[in-house]
Design a protein around this ligand. Sequence first.
Ligand code: ZN
Length: 252
Amino acid sequence: MFIDSHCHLEKEYYPDIDEVISASKDLNVNLFITAGTNARTNKEAMDCAHNHEEVYACVGVHPEYQDGYTDEDIEILKGYIKDDKVVAIGEIGLDYHYEGYDRNKQITLLEKQLKLAEEYNFPVVIHSRDATEDTITTLKKYNVKGVIHSFSGSKETAQIYIKMGYKLGINGVVTFKNAHIKEVIKDLEIENFVLETDSPFLTPVPFRGTQNIPGNIKYIVDFLSEYLGISSEEIANITTKNTHRIFDKLNK
Ligand SMILES: [Zn+2]
């Protein structure tokens, strides 16, 4: 059995979420963490978690909304944190990939949420794109743990995050031809990984190009098993443990 530690089970992508969950269960994925990114999708993630026993939520304001969020959107998170089905604050972080990003605004937004995480002793799910240095510097200011979602950095960066107490989110990118992350994970213990799909994005080979579903964890695990020479069962056991270690609420 596998956990998809990061997906987006939203109506915008999936007209029939029940169907996606059931197809994913057929592929041995039995627990789902759906990630909100703004006020609307946070609410949707909460509702999805409440409507499905096997779905949990994380809630937060993504750097993409550096201009679009209000302080109330952050304030609301305090209530969500107390909900039984909410396991982390995320996805939050820094994204300097597209022109028009505002470094200071993004760091401010991230810090507001890291402060909450620290105050409530709650894990975080971090999105970091083209912003490694600032992500590390900012995270270091707060005593929090969590997952570096869709980790794509260097070996050195991986070691820094691991030392800080973070797990690395490994997804379909690892199956892509020429993905440099392959080289990076080769020398790391799988005790440092959690599995994720980031569905509906980042569909693994052999379905790359189609819409992703959490069940496709199977193909990520098939790849890892072959590539790392570790059985699928062992990958399932260890990554499931890792996920439970980070997201305390899954254990309640
Ligand atoms: Zn995501």
